[in-house]
Design a binder for this molecule. Structure first.
Ligand code: GTP
Ligand code: MG
Length: 374
């Protein structure tokens, strides 16, 4: 599957329908009064976080989206039909920006969360509204409010509980395959994984999501390897698992320092995110694996767990530790990151009120319909 995590689109609200300029025409009702109905409302543009979508691929191919305009009002006081709204479905974790001003409009961090980005235009008044005692045949009606166009930027930052970070070839994809149904590709060469993979782990009644991030190398901050492009997906993880393995080209303490330096270069705050160190491919170390893990732990001054995706050892213990980590009540003044607590899933719909315009009528008495911009 193609994975697209950024897209820019143009979205337009529906214009309001034009009001009708109509007079009653019935047998035996000479000079029937005005009966032109109002135009229908234009459709809104909404955005919704949809659990089933994982990528912004659709928006990469199709860039222009428009809600339906309201239908014109009609005689016999008939109001025009409202235009259908437009619902843009994006994966949870998508931030929606106004591409021109750079303003964050809404951060959709919970599945099902939705926001109205643009409200459809109100329909114009039909001539029935303009009748007065002295003006009983009003020759005017209102144009509906025009369409409003917004350039939108979608920025997907995956919402996983745990991010797997390590040098290329350390066994990240093998690990996500071993603990979830993810079909991440595994191969014996660096940079097998080119885009992040997401897996759902079910462990002893707990469910959490794990992201396998493409391998990092020293100098990623300057663009080496795949650069830091995919670290945006680590930004919103609550726990970072740092993997080192006996097959790394550099010793484990050095590998850890490299990974941490690259994380900090991407975003200083990432260094403070809770981390766990995993000694991957423990099967290659045979019975010495646990000793080596203890040695490394003593060297770096923090706990290290030995795991093997191939031999499936240490996985349950590690998942126990992850579950305990997420269960632990957070201290009052915690700095632990929780994307949804930090930005409570309150939707702040951004609406741009459209200016009202009067209808202009040509000599033939026909109204000019609002022309949608796209
Ligand atoms: N012996 C052993 N080999 C492993 C283990 N986990 C992964 N490997 C091997 O290590 C190689 C790389 O594994 P991947 O899971 O693709 O590594 P990765 O970290 O996802 O690599 P990139 O996507 O390139 O960053 C493959 O040949 C795997 O078979 C393990 O637990 N034990
Ligand atoms: Mg991989």
């Amino acid at each position: 599957m193609h994975f697209i995590d950024q897209a820019t689109i143009i979205a337009s609200s529906g214009a309001g329908g034009v009001g009708s300029r109509h007079f009653r025409r019935e047998k035996h009702v000479p000079q029937g009064g005005p009966d032109g109905g109002d135009g229908g409302r234009g459709g809104d543009v909404q955005v919704v976080a949809d659990d089933r979508s994982r990528s912004l691929l659709d928006y990469h191919y199709l860039r222009q989206y428009a809600a339906e305009p309201g239908k014109p009002g009609q005689g016999q006081n008939k109001t025009g039909r409202d235009g259908a709204g437009l619902v843009l479905q994006v994966p949870p974790g998508t931030q929606v920006y106004d591409a021109d001003s750079g303003e964050l409009l809404v951060d959709l961090c919970v599945a099902g969360q939705r926001a109205i980005l643009l409200r459809g235009g109100n329909g114009g008044w039909g001539n029935v509204h303009f009748a007065t005692a002295t003006r009983q045949a009003p020759d005017r009606a209102n144009q509906g409010q025009p369409t409003v166009t917004l350039n939108l930027r979608f920025d997907l930052k995956m919402l996983a509980d745990v991010a797997l970070v390590g040098l290329p070839n350390v066994g990240k994809s093998s690990l996500i395959r071993a603990i979830s149904a993810s079909q991440a590709v595994v191969a014996d060469y660096p940079f097998t994984t080119l885009v992040p993979n997401l897996g759902v782990v079910r462990h002893k009644g707990k469910v959490f999501t794990v992201a396998d991030i493409p391998g990092l190398i020293a100098g990623a901050a300057q663009g080496a390897g795949l650069g830091l492009r995919f670290l945006r997906h680590v930004e919103r993880c609550r726990l970072i698992a740092l993997l080192v393995s006996p097959t790394d080209e550099i010793p484990a303490p050095e590998a850890l320092a490299t990974l941490r330096a690259e994380l900090a270069a991407y975003q200083p705050g990432l260094a403070d995110r809770p981390q766990m160190v995993l000694l991957s491919k423990a099967d290659l170390l045979g019975p010495e694996a646990d000793d080596q893990a203890r040695e490394l732990a003593a060297l770096i001054g923090e706990p290290v767990m030995a795991i093997s995706a191939v031999a499936r050892t240490g996985l349950q213990l590690w998942l126990d530790a992850v579950a305990v980590h997420f269960e632990r009540p957070l201290p009052a003044a915690t700095t632990e990151f929780d994307p949804c607590a930090a930005e409570a899933p309150v939707v702040q719909p951004t609406t741009k009120p459209a200016p009202t315009r009067r209808a202009k009528f040509s000599k033939q008495g026909k109204s000019k319909m609002p022309t949608p911009r796209i």
